[in-house]
Design a protein around this ligand. Structure first.
Ligand code: FES
Length: 84
């Protein structure tokens, strides 16, 4: 199969070969003549629809405080204790 190769980065951008002309829902048209263009897939970019690497800060925040994103209830019980 021949065609454009698009690469999706988990929790990050979609990388597509440029140049590209991007039409966004508000009617704007964004053009990029770069060799490879990163389209924001996380929705946090201040330069949307282009990736500004804001997705990296989210990954760091998740790595620093993974329990903040957990749905498991917090416990204060001693896991080694046999007392109910
Ligand atoms: S994917 Fe990079 S800022 Fe959204």
């Amino acid at each position: 199969m021949t065609g454009m190769r698009v690469r999706v980065i988990p929790k990050g951008p979609v990388l597509i070969p440029g140049p590209v002309r991007i039409e966004v829902p508000d009617g704007r048209v964004v053009e990029s003549d770069r060799f490879m263009v990163a389209i924001c897939g996380c929705g946090r970019s201040k330069q949307y629809p282009l990736c500004d690497t804001s997705h990296r800060r989210c990954r760091v925040a998740e790595a620093v405080a993974p329990e903040a994103n957990s749905t498991a209830p917090a416990t204060t019980a001693d896991p080694g204790s046999n007392t109910p």
